[in-house]
Design a protein around this ligand. Structure first.
Ligand SMILES: [Fe+2]
Length: 282
């Protein structure tokens, strides 16, 4: 699929699988630093996590040392996740994708997932767009768009994760099983999978797997507006002032409410004179 077609039909909209990425980006697939757990630990990274399921089926993520990760992984029941993995080929791919996607981003990052056969990731959705790259092994994914909300700004794991207030404000309940329209994609060495935010996904490792996830936390229009507003207001003493009295009662509260009304009135007038360009240039 051409980059133009991807941008037109898939980016932020639907998942797509690509094959043969090892031919298009051979340097990434051949990098010796990305072939084994020990080699990956030798690359700069921010943290290592062990993901596993307890006897009652709960999903647990714990931060572990490299030595603990090696030992847990050797027992064959744990996925090891190395977050914010830094490698020149990964950095090159992230910056290339960033330039082509043309969408402002919060911090980009890459995580490596090492998982033994039979171990998977339970159904969940993420709040960022993800590109998965299968370096070796084989993994089967189930995928389906979340019907209840588009572009969620929080991730969610049914039956385990707590529904965050910003999600709960939009959706009362999510399903705890994959929707019937879920599709299956099997990734082998050289496969890539793109899935936008708000896609249910669950995996099962078929053959010992090493995969990279390149995460793109795309900025929303809300993020753009709020960050501009914050920059604008934080420069002003009256907006930085503590909201004294707002949660009391009586005349003190009335005075605080009146002060806020005045500030909002001034802000409303100011915003109505601004255009989109002001939001991205100041
Ligand atoms: Fe995920």
């Amino acid at each position: 699929m051409s980059p133009e077609r991807f941008l037109r039909t898939c980016w932020t909209r639907r998942s797509v699988v690509g094959r043969g990425a090892h031919l298009r980006i051979p340097e990434l697939f051949a990098a010796p630093e990305l072939q084994t757990l020990d080699a990956i630990f030798a690359c700069p990274h921010r943290q290592v996590q062990a993901w596993f399921s307890t006897e009652n089926g709960a999903h647990v993520q714990v931060r572990v040392s490299a030595a603990e990760a090696r030992s847990l992984y050797a027992r064959g029941a744990t996925t090891i996740v190395v977050d914010f993995l830094d490698h020149p080929e990964i950095a090159r791919l992230l910056s290339h994708l960033y330039a082509e996607l043309g969408t402002p981003q919060h911090e980009l990052y890459c995580s490596a997932y090492l998982s033994p056969p039979g171990i998977g990731t339970r159904m969940h959705f993420d709040s960022q767009d993800n590109f998965l790259v299968q370096i070796r092994g084989e993994k089967r994914w189930k995928l389906a768009p979340v019907a209840e909300i588009k572009y969620p700004n929080r991730s969610f794991v049914p039956a385990v994760g707590k529904l965050e207030p910003e999600l709960a404000a939009v959706v009362k309940k999510f399903p705890d099983k994959m929707p019937r329209n879920a599709t299956t994609a099997t990734l082998k060495r050289g496969s890539g999978l793109y899935m936008p935010k708000g896609y249910w996904h669950a995996s099962e490792t078929i053959r010992e797997s090493l995969a990279l996830t390149l995460s793109f936390p795309s900025m929303s229009f809300m993020d753009i507006a709020l960050s501009h507003l914050r920059r604008r207001l934080v420069a002003r003493e009256e907006w930085r002032a503590p909201a004294v009295g707002l949660t009391t009662r009586g005349v003190v509260q009335l005075a605080a409410l009146s002060r806020l009304d005045d500030l909002l009135e001034g802000l409303g007038a100011e915003l109505s004179s601004l255009g989109a360009v002001d939001f991205i240039t100041t």
